[in-house]
Design a protein around this ligand. Structure first.
Ligand SMILES: NC(=O)c1ccc[n+]([C@@H]2O[C@H](COP(=O)([O-])OP(=O)(O)OC[C@H]3O[C@@H](n4cnc5c(N)ncnc54)[C@H](OP(=O)(O)O)[C@@H]3O)[C@@H](O)[C@H]2O)c1
Length: 281
């Protein structure tokens, strides 16, 4: 049994990782700005939740949370441009403190192909990886493709306006968080040199194909608007560096995930003249 500190243990990936580590018998601590109430969706029984803003923490403040810790799993996230600074700042603070605590392994959760993108978010992720890899702490970086939750958020948000930006040239290889949590916890047992691994889901398809499957599944109607892939994120998706075709670790497909996630399926099969039938451009 190890003592594991999960950074961002209340987040989408962090809470699945914390649950998996508890299930394996590890003692688990979580650091985040907010501590969840018992019974909240992000609360995992058995986790020692601690409050700490890693962006604003003072030097030395993190040390107390690393006392007795064997491995750190970093699942922090910063979505807005300003919040992305948390990747660099927290990695520097954590590696300094982890050196003093003599931890045996750091595991950094990251994104497939981030080091080959000029999208600001991925540049910040690459910097975060670099801080760990340049430190003297043995580090495993585990990179994943996009999660189904993120795809669902994209289509449901856009579908409110009945127009979903899409592309037949951008490909995705989405994966379920339940498939990635065990791979992340496995990495705390890595020994020796720093390593970077990439994993993706079981299917590769275009953004348009995945969107059409969602429309078909839900029976919703929306215009699929082709968008030019000229922005930094567009270039990233068009280039294919976001895929891990040789490391299909995920087992759960988009259709299976939709069924498991409680996404309501269409009441009945659509037919000609059905006003809710998928409408595509
Ligand atoms: N989501 C995806 O599709 C996906 C796919 C592949 C890889 N990843 C990688 O996985 C990582 C985690 O993603 P996620 O989707 O799980 O993120 P998330 O759901 O947004 O969770 C982020 C976590 O970080 C904590 N956090 C944020 N700012 C903090 C701060 N200043 N101090 C302390 N804690 C802070 C949050 O808690 P508080 O807000 O309470 O502080 C939360 O626990 C990301 O870095 C991303 O690169 C994500």
């Amino acid at each position: 049994m190890s003592t594991v500190l999960v950074i961002g243990g209340t987040g989408l990936i962090g809470r699945a990782v914390a649950a998996e580590a508890v299930r394996r018998g590890h003692a688990v601590r979580s650091l985040s700005r907010r501590v969840p109430a018992s019974g909240a969706a992000e609360y995992v029984e058995g986790v020692d939740y601690r409050e700490c803003d890693l962006y604003k923490s003072k030097p030395g403040e993190i040390d107390a949370h690393l006392d007795g810790v064997d491995a750190v799993i970093d699942c922090v996230n910063g979505v807005s441009h300003v919040a992305q600074a948390v990747f660099r700042v927290s990695a520097a603070q954590l590696t300094d403190a982890a050196m003093r605590a003599n931890i045996s392994r750091a595991v950094v959760v990251s994104d497939v192909g981030c080091d080959q993108s000029d999208f600001a978010y991925y540049e910040a992720k690459t910097d975060q990886e670099g801080v760990y890899l340049d430190s003297r702490i043995p580090t495993t970086v585990v990179r994943f493709t996009v999660l189904y939750e993120q795809m669902l958020e994209h289509v449901t948000t856009a579908a409110r306006y009945r127009i979903i930006p899409t592309s037949s040239r951008a490909r995705l290889q989405p994966i379920d968080v339940a498939d990635i949590a065990p791979l992340i916890v496995d990495a705390i047992d890595d020994e020796g040199e720093d390593t970077i691994r990439s994993y993706g889901g079981p299917e590769i398809g275009t953004v348009r194909e995945f969107t059409q499957q969602w429309l078909q599944y839900t029976g919703r109607s929306a215009l699929l608007l082709p968008v030019p892939l000229i922005t930094a994120i567009g270039r990233y998706l068009r280039s294919g560096v976001n895929l891990a075709p040789n490391s299909r670790a995920g087992t759960i497909t988009w259709q299976q995930w939709l069924a498991q996630s409680g996404t309501p399926p269409q009441a009945s099969a659509s037919c000609a003249g059905d006003p809710h039938a998928p409408r595509t451009a």
